[in-house]
Design a protein around this ligand. Structure first.
Ligand code: TMP
Ligand code: ASP
Length: 242
């Protein structure tokens, strides 16, 4: 087989071209970074688990009418996706206070947020992914007000679907980050991944603050048992959908 052309290598994934210009390959790595790559490491089997989790969630969302870049997942490490132009925004939805929200506002960890928050961060590592406002997004020419409105609506719809799915797995969807892109015809679609790297997921069967964490916070905060947290998320998702 001819060597594939690497189009882009990010912190957790590699993007390759295929012979078909309408299809790209995303390869999920075990590399893990946090705090804008100041902390680096590796989580055994993370790539395999994140590919499987993302595949399940993209399929679930597609079935509920949310357009995504996902085409199919031909093996444990790879996902075939449609090429998109990424909107340089990280769209974060929060249902429960955690992470940077607690650090920046003083809200106590675990405070329920009703209605859920939708936040936009500038996807720019050099600037440290700063929190934006709608006025800043417009001033920077990143997206029109109409697109920002669409992103907010899609993010809240996705939140409803994922929250209800994870509740069925006895997991609380605390918060998560989404990325969107546009297809060649301009259609806005969900892209990137949805996995324990990009979500905070709390085990509803545990009350202990450290033990309940099933996501990348185990790596960020050196809580130990990182791989088993990720694996348990996948096991529960598979048990739920079978
Ligand atoms: P935060 O509380 O650190 O702002 O993170 C909010 C959510 O976004 C959390 O689920 C983790 C996810 N996230 C990413 O996927 N990538 C990132 O670079 C950051 C900072 C957060
Ligand atoms: N993915 C981000 C990084 O490596 C941050 C994070 O997830 O905490 O920098």
């Amino acid at each position: 087989m001819a060597e594939r052309q690497k189009l882009y290598e990010g912190k957790a994934k590699i993007l390759y071209a295929t012979e078909d210009p309408a299809v790209l390959v995303t390869y999920f790595k075990d590399d893990a970074t946090a705090f804008n790559a100041q902390k680096r490491g590796s989580i055994a089997n993370k790539g395999r688990i994140n590919n499987a989790v993302s595949t399940h969630l993209f399929k679930l969302l597609e079935a509920q009418g949310i357009p995504t870049h996902w085409i199919e997942s031909p093996n444990e490490r790879e996902m075939l996706v449609k090429p998109v132009t990424i909107v340089p925004l990280e769209v974060v939805v929060r249902n429960v206070a955690a992470g940077s929200l607690c650090r920046q506002t003083g809200l106590a960890l675990g405070t329920p947020l009703t209605p859920s928050l939708v936040e936009f961060y500038y996807k720019n590592d050099d600037l440290g992914d700063p929190l934006l406002t709608c006025d800043r997004i417009r001033a920077m020419g990143i997206a029109s007000d109409e697109t920002v409105g669409q992103l907010q609506q899609l993010a809240l719809q996705i939140n409803q679907l994922l929250t209800s799915f994870f509740n069925g797995c006895n997991i609380t969807l605390v918060d998560f980050k989404l990325e969107f892109g546009t297809l060649t015809d301009g259609t806005l679609v969900l892209a990137d991944e949805i996995s324990p790297d990009t979500c905070r997921l709390w085990n509803q069967n545990e009350t202990d603050e450290a033990r309940r964490v099933m996501d990348k916070d185990r790596f960020r905060q050196d809580l130990g048992d990182v791989e088993s947290g990720y694996q348990q998320v996948l096991d529960r998702i598979l048990a739920h959908t079978n």
